[in-house]
Design a protein around this ligand. Structure first.
Ligand SMILES: [Ca+2]
Ligand SMILES: [Ca+2]
Ligand SMILES: [Ca+2]
Length: 453
């Protein structure tokens, strides 16, 4: 008994004196003097790379507005392999003005907190970083968050053997070490002007699981596949994101692909909820290309998405799903608006066998719940895809198709409730008193598309 009480006293003293596992915040400010220790704004690191070497699991890194360039070379002596290789199990927040004492005070200077791959000659992409951000380590199945940054000017242009995918952010499993998969959250980020052969803004590979929330992908381009996002044999939940002005040969914004006979028997599925796609362009699949083939297939679910004014040079101005192949793509579209996309063939969608319900698609589609009616966008020329009073899409959705709030849009810790908010962060379940309820399911009727009226 004596020894136990001594042990307890020793433990109590230890806990009171040294919070061993306390969460530490590390501070970064590009305007800080060199040589800081990162322990406060006043002594902030002047370089994000220094902070990435500091943290323990559960620590946070707070980054003030400014421009940050990667310096850690994955292949020493090869400047273009410089990247921000994120440690796992930490949270990295950008957008501070450098005075905040709590996260809730954050100034939200997300556009001014820039991770730039424009190394060497400014404005010359040929010497830029292959990948601005790399997530490839996860021996303990920890989750990492990147929140409140702009990621730009990566150039994963290969050739074969050199990085050719994920110029902005590349998420992959490190196949050289035992791992339980990578778990990554991206929030409040803009990915712009990245170049690659595949998935220029972001590529997710190899049984990674990512959640993208309130992100904007704009002006990225890939020579081959997925101007903005390529997901390959991995799962992604994409909520409240906008994709515009991205370009690729296949899938102007999105390319989904997977080995069809994975060991679990369940193909990784990619879900898009409350997302907006406009002004993307491709040869096939102006907004999205869902692949199928002899050994591969992509699986894409689009719920409450607005897909408008995308262009394909050949076929499928909005979507192209390879459903004619031996192993067909799986494409599901619910409660969405697919309107004024453009292509010589199948301007809205190519994909026989696509599952579609309660969707307003120009020219119509099989199924009694789909229709074709002017959605009444507020200002299509100015790319405002909210809808005007009296629009046929109000209260026309299927409440039974709503998905769980897996990305926790309302930050209440409840992932099992149905998606509670629209793309603007306003209530999703809302009755337009002046619209007839033409949808299905119980509760206040949801609208079609990314925005609730
Ligand atoms: Ca450059
Ligand atoms: Ca409604
Ligand atoms: Ca929630």
């Amino acid at each position: 008994m004596q020894s136990i009480s001594m042990l307890l006293r020793a433990l109590t003293a230890l806990l009171l004196s040294a919070p061993l596992c306390a969460q530490q915040v590390w501070y970064v400010n590009s305007g800080a003097p060199a040589g800081g220790n990162g322990l406060a704004w006043a002594t902030a690191f002047d370089d994000l790379q220094a902070a990435l070497q500091a943290p323990n699991v559960d620590d946070q890194i707070w980054v003030a507005a400014g421009k940050y360039f990667p310096s850690h070379e994955e292949t020493p002596g090869s400047p273009r392999t410089a990247t921000f290789n994120l440690p796992m199990g930490i949270k990295i927040y950008g957008g501070f003005d450098g005075s905040e004492t709590s996260l809730s005070q954050r100034a939200e200077l997300f556009h001014q907190t820039i991770l730039s791959g424009d190394l060497g000659v400014t404005g010359d992409t040929s010497d830029n970083a292959y990948r601005v951000v790399l997530i490839n380590r996860n021996p303990q199945n920890l989750s990492t968050l990147l929140d409140g940054f702009t990621v730009e000017h990566g150039n994963a242009n290969g050739p074969t053997g050199l990085p050719e995918r994920g110029a902005g952010i590349y998420v992959t499993l490190d196949l050289t070490s035992p791992s339980w998969g990578v778990n990554f959250d991206l929030k409040n980020c803009t990915l712009r002007k990245n170049l690659a052969i595949y998935g220029a803004a972001m590529t997710v590979d190899n049984i990674a699981i990512v959640r993208l929330t309130d992100c904007h992908f704009t002006g990225n381009s890939s020579v081959e596949r997925g101007g903005a996002l390529q997901v390959h044999s991995a799962s992604a939940r994409v909520y409240n994101c906008e994709f515009d002005r991205n370009w690729a040969l296949k899938g102007g914004a999105i390319f989904l692909n997977s080995i069809a006979f994975d060991v679990s028997g369940v193909n990784p599925r990619v879900r898009f909820v409350n997302c907006l796609f406009h002004d993307n362009a491709a040869d096939r699949g102006g907004a999205a290309f869902i692949n199928g083939g002899q050994i591969v297939r992509g699986i894409g679910t689009f719920l409450n998405c607005t897909v408008a004014n995308n262009t394909a040079i050949s076929v499928g101005g909005g979507f192209f799903a390879r459903t004619e192949t031996q192993i067909p793509a799986i494409l599901e579209i619910y409660n969405s608006i697919v309107w004024n996309n453009c292509a010589p063939l199948n301007p809205q969608l190519f994909g026989p066998g696509t599952t579609m319900t309660y969707t307003n698609i120009r020219g119509g589609w099989d199924g009694s719940t789909n229709f074709s009616a002017d959605p009444g966008f507020v200002n299509e020329a100015q790319r405002d895809y909210h809808t005007r009073a009296g629009s046929r899409v109000h209260d026309a959705g299927d409440n039974g198709a709503m998905l769980p709030d897996l990305n926790d849009l309302d930050n209440d810790g409840n992932l099992f409730e149905l998606v509670p908010l629209d793309m603007d962060g306003k209530p999703r379940f809302k009755d337009d008193k002046y619209s007839r309820n033409t949808g299905a399911g119980t509760g206040r009727p949801v609208d079609l598309g990314a925005y609730e009226f």
